[in-house]
Ligand binder design. Structure first.
Ligand code: CA
Length: 248
């Protein structure tokens, strides 16, 4: 199945630097958005290290079959990629004390002939737009998402909450990452959106869905999403990556 893609990243209106990183590698089937944390240059380093390690692992063809359930081939390849990303952050942190405390989220889509898979850790998301309906495929590893699940906060409260940026899982030197994996069955016309919280933490899902489903070229849809987040204040770095499943 052929895919088309587009991506745009922007620092937003309040931050001097952009700690988000992404990769779009249709040649190896890998699409990733990572949102780094750690201040100064550390956040940027963490997200870039993770993305680079994931690309290299997918190129190498390495698999990892650890898990509480049997994983598909694509999930095993993604799992190896996340493990390598984690090792890369551990190793770089131990060599450079100024990077101590750096961490990153990562949301990834692997497109391959023998199956597709999604993996994620943290609060970067993967959405599916299918036949006019937007669905969030990943569940945030964040404090506010846990409160929403418990019924303590509404999704709207979560967007405004002072602790909205607190992630409960990430790739870092201090934790063994617990990454969620899921197989994905694409259908012609599907659109997948990988985003950092500078987008979905600012724009309601209904608006996201309206923009994502429009007939415009994919790169202008990405830009409209970025513009919408900036129009809403642009408090954080914003990354949008769209993968469109071609009907032909
Ligand atoms: Ca962020």
């Amino acid at each position: 199945m052929r895919v088309l893609w587009a991506a745009v990243t922007h620092p937003g209106r309040r931050r001097a630097s952009n700690e988000d990183s992404f990769c779009a590698r249709p040649d190896i089937g890998l699409f990733v958005v990572a949102d780094g944390m750690g201040g100064h240059v550390a956040g940027e380093v963490a997200s870039r290290l993770a993305v680079d390690a994931m690309e290299a692992t997918i190129v190498s063809g390495e698999c990892c079959a650890d898990g509480s359930r049997p994983l598909s081939q694509a999930e095993q390849r993604l799992q190896a990629a996340f493990q390598q990303a984690s090792r890369s952050i551990v190793s770089e942190t131990s060599q450079h004390p100024r990077l101590r405390g750096m961490a990153t989220t990562a949301s990834a889509l692997l497109v391959s002939a023998d199956g597709w898979a999604i993996g994620h850790v943290g609060d970067s998301r993967v959405y599916l737009w299918r036949a006019g309906v937007l669905q969030q495929l990943t569940r945030d590893h964040s404090w506010v998402a846990e409160q929403v699940q418990l019924g303590v906060l509404s999704p709207e409260d979560a967007r405004q909450h002072p602790w909205r940026n607190v992630v409960t899982r990430a790739l870092s030197a201090s934790d063994v990452p617990i990454v969620d994996f899921a197989p994905f069955s694409p259908q012609p016309g599907d659109r997948l959106l990988l985003s950092s919280d500078g987008l979905h933490g600012v724009i309601p899902d209904q608006v996201l869905g309206e923009i994502l489903g429009s007939d415009a070229p994919l790169d202008s849809i990405c830009q409209r999403l970025i513009d919408a987040a900036n129009a809403a204040g642009g408090p954080d770095n914003i990354t949008t990556l769209i993968v469109h499943v071609d009907a032909t």
